[in-house]
Design a protein around this ligand. Structure first.
Ligand code: MOS
Length: 749
């Protein structure tokens, strides 16, 4: 088979190269051997210097001429009726330019927006908020899912507090349990988490006649544009959204926010730009959270570990928003013919959930992977062997569609070796001493195939300079760098030679940066554009050098004859022949039908648990991922380190706490809502399986945004189980929960 990496095929798309073995056949295509010079190597961020020296402009940094400060008054109550609202005193304060009522009637969570002001400065705006008089009739609230499901609980929305939102069946569950030789049932719980991006949400709105420009801290400039068009009832063509640099989003910044529409409204009313920045408290209350879960798994297996039945019931709460579908890991990863899932949302009086880095998966993975380890112990099997025993090559537990590529077996192999799997306790809790060590594993599945139709341009100027342009955004993962890497590779230039323009709806369309889809959408689009640019340059060089175009190679800022490198012309000199700016349009192609596109990974954790204090210390995490081709080793590793850190943080520390009596969140800041810091972070070893997805796109890369966030809490929980011989079954695994689990184990033995 020809390779896309052969220079002679550099202007073909991946699937053209693979022609003859079109997807749809059962025979998987052989993985390509990467021979790229820059793609896949560690390339420092092209904008790294700008970021670490504080010169990169974040939305918070933007100050426009005549810009006003907008502020929002929010409900202090979890449930209340607005009886009256009086803006007159606020209006009279000098320096207040606009006031607006945003809400009438019921408020259903603490932090719901009620009114807004625009003023000349921060303190005047603050003073104006204080001057707004609101009379509330406080109503009964319910803020814990356990209480919300009970008979007679205050009703949160206009419909029931508990609603089934997902049901899945395959095979014959009863028969599966009848065939089982061992049946186990366990319940696992996960807490509400807050996204807490370092940069809080912030928007600036500015009108020029009927045209609106918005600078927004967002993962999705096009979603914000289209959402604002709907909210403000104006054409999307009149709105431009810009996002330059951003301090994280994790799913909480995927669409148009209410406060952004308010900024636009206040800007229209005052005729001046308005900036609204949310406080850390606002960020805690009203721009999303990861739903809680309470997952019961009942499973059956043969003595050799063959799964015969899996049943899952989940009660998940997303406040006034929906809970998370947490069943995917159970439904998809392991071979099991008989499965039943029921998932219920439980509404409570708290801010609505939003997607949070791999929605539903950390919760479902904690439960499924914890269950497998408890089952392995019951069967006297090695937990890794149990996973391998039920390995699948198709989705839906080996009953569905074949995967485009799946390197999970290699993840297991590489990770087990690196962590020293054989050192684990054969029997959970079998180790000596009061500080007990353990090793655990957990598997991950995710999507992240990228979005067909993503557009990107490569421009070559007659002076030899090159731009890569795409309306995508960098949410902190290094979008600019992989774009530069791909274009430089394709044109024989260096990443620093490429000027990157992103983060603007004025540029070619790209999807939101969520769902791990940025790299597998944008990289193939810009690769496509760069291949077209290379083809044009090759044609020009062919004429000049009198060599067939097919024999021209682009490398080292030159174009030269493959068999006679002396015959060459510099990229710069050739660019002059273009005479004008030449634009090459690229597009991410379709995903071949007939395959499931998923990424896979396995994390291996080693922990030490102090059985006297309940303290868990994570010693090491080996994180192995199969994401097809790695575009940039350095930023990919950094993505994994961040994901593991977040998973550790959720596993040990993070939990939103709402006081049941007052209905108020008691830890709406980073002092009391504990997030892992540098001293909590162990040695993290990222490893990538050397594999290229032969079908997914012209580069063979899958997304990596969410995968490393998925299995680390579960791997750590399983390591704790291996250390102390009892599964804590609830995250965060705070010392009191660890001690309680130890106590329960003692009582039952
Ligand atoms: Mo992600 S939760 O799709 O930003």
């Amino acid at each position: 088979m020809k390779s896309i990496n052969d220079d002679e095929n550099a202007n073909l798309t991946y699937l053209e190269v693979a022609r003859g073995k079109e997807p749809g056949g059962a025979e998987p295509l052989a993985a390509e051997t990467p021979v790229f010079k820059i793609i896949g190597r560690p390339t420092p961020r092209v904008d790294g210097r700008l970021i670490v020296t504080g010169r990169a402009k974040y939305t918070h940094d933007i100050v426009l001429k005549d810009m006003l400060v907008g502020k929002i008054l929010r409900s202090p109550y979890a449930s209340a009726e607005i009886v009256s609202l009086d803006l007159s005193a606020a209006k009279r304060i000098p320096g207040v330019l606009a006031t607006v009522q945003l809400k009438e009637g019921r408020v259903r969570y603490e932090g719901e927006q009620v009114a807004a002001v625009a003023a000349l400065d921060e303190s005047t705006a603050e003073e104006a908020l204080q001057a707004i008089r609101v009379e509330y009739k406080v109503l009964p609230h319910v803020v814990s899912p356990e209480k919300a499901v009970a008979e007679g609980a205050p009703q949160v929305l206009d419909s029931a507090n508990v609603q089934k939102f997902n049901e899945y069946n395959r095979g014959n569950l009863e028969q599966g349990f009848a065939e089982a030789e061992v049946i186990l049932e366990r319940t696992y719980r996960t807490a509400f988490e807050i996204h807490h991006p370092v940069e809080t949400h912030v928007s600036i709105a500015k009108w020029d006649e009927d045209r609106l420009t918005v600078w927004d801290s967002t993962q999705a400039v096009f979603n914000v544009r289209d959402g604002l068009a709907r909210m403000l009832n104006i054409p999307a063509s009149k709105i431009r959204v810009i996002k330059n640099y951003m301090g994280g989003g994790f799913g909480s910044k995927l669409g148009a926010n209410e406060h952004t529409a308010v900024a636009a409204q206040l800007a229209r009313e005052t005729g001046r730009p308005v900036k609204i920045a949310l406080s850390r408290k606002d960020n805690s209350l009203c721009v999303g959270n990861r739903p809680s879960s309470m997952i019961t798994i009942k499973g059956g297996a043969k003595k050799d570990g063959t799964l015969t039945a899996l049943q899952m019931t989940n009660y998940t709460s997303g406040g006034v928003g929906r809970g998370d579908r947490c069943s995917e890991p159970l439904v998809d990863i392991y071979k099991c013919p008989n499965v039943r899932v029921e998932e219920y949302t439980v509404f409570i009086n708290a801010g609505a959930s939003r997607p949070t880095r791999a929605p539903g998966h950390p919760q479902g993975t904690l439960a499924m992977e914890g269950f497998l380890d408890e089952l392995a112990a019951e069967l006297g099997l090695d937990p890794l062997e149990l996973r391998r025993k039920n390995y699948s090559s198709k989705n839906q537990g080996d009953t569905g569609t074949p995967y485009s590529s799946k390197g999970l077996d290699q993840c297991y192999e590489l990770g087990a070796e690196k962590i020293g799997w054989s050192r684990r306790n054969r029997k959970p809790g079998g180790g000596p001493g009061k500080k007990k060590r353990g090793i655990g594993v957990a598997t991950q599945i995710w999507w992240g195939a990228g979005v067909p139709g993503t557009l990107a341009d490569v421009k070559i100027h007659p002076d030899g300079s090159v731009e890569a342009v795409c309306g995508t955004q960098d949410i902190g993962c290094g979008t600019r760098t992989f774009m530069a890497v791909v274009v430089a590779e394709t044109l024989g230039l260096e990443p620093q030679d490429i000027t990157i323009k992103i983060g603007d709806t004025a540029y070619p369309w790209a999807p939101n940066s969520g769902g791990s889809q940025t790299a597998p959408s944008v990289a193939p689009a810009i690769r496509d554009a760069a291949l077209k640019a290379a083809e044009r340059m090759r044609a020009l060089a062919a004429k000049r050098l009198d060599v067939p175009a097919a024999e021209i190679v682009l490398a080292e800022k030159k174009l030269f004859a493959k068999n006679n490198p002396e015959k060459s012309v510099s990229f710069l000199e050739l660019a002059r022949d273009l005479r004008r700016e030449a634009v090459f349009h690229g597009e991410r192609g379709d995903l071949p039908a007939g395959f499931a596109y998923n990424s896979f990974g396995a994390h291996f954790a080693e922990v030490e648990v102090d059985t006297e204090t309940g303290q868990i210390k994570v010693l090491k995490v080996v994180a192995v991922h199969e994401i097809g081709r790695v575009l940039n080793k350095l930023t990919a590793e950094s993505q994994v380190v961040g994901g593991v850190t977040q998973g550790l943080s959720a596993g040990l520390f993070e939990e939103r706490v709402i006081d049941e009596n007052s209905g108020k969140m008691v830890n709406p800041n980073l002092q009391t809502y504990k997030v892992a810091t540098a001293q909590d972070v162990p040695e993290i070893v990222p490893i990538f399986v050397d594999l290229v997805d032969p079908r997914i796109n012209n580069l063979g890369n899958k997304g990596l945004g969410e995968p490393p966030r998925i299995p680390s809490s579960a791997a750590i929980a399983n390591a704790v189980y291996n250390a102390i011989g009892v599964h804590v079954r609830e995250i965060p695994m705070t010392p009191d929960r660890v001690l309680r689990a130890l106590r329960a184990k003692e009582a039952s033995s």
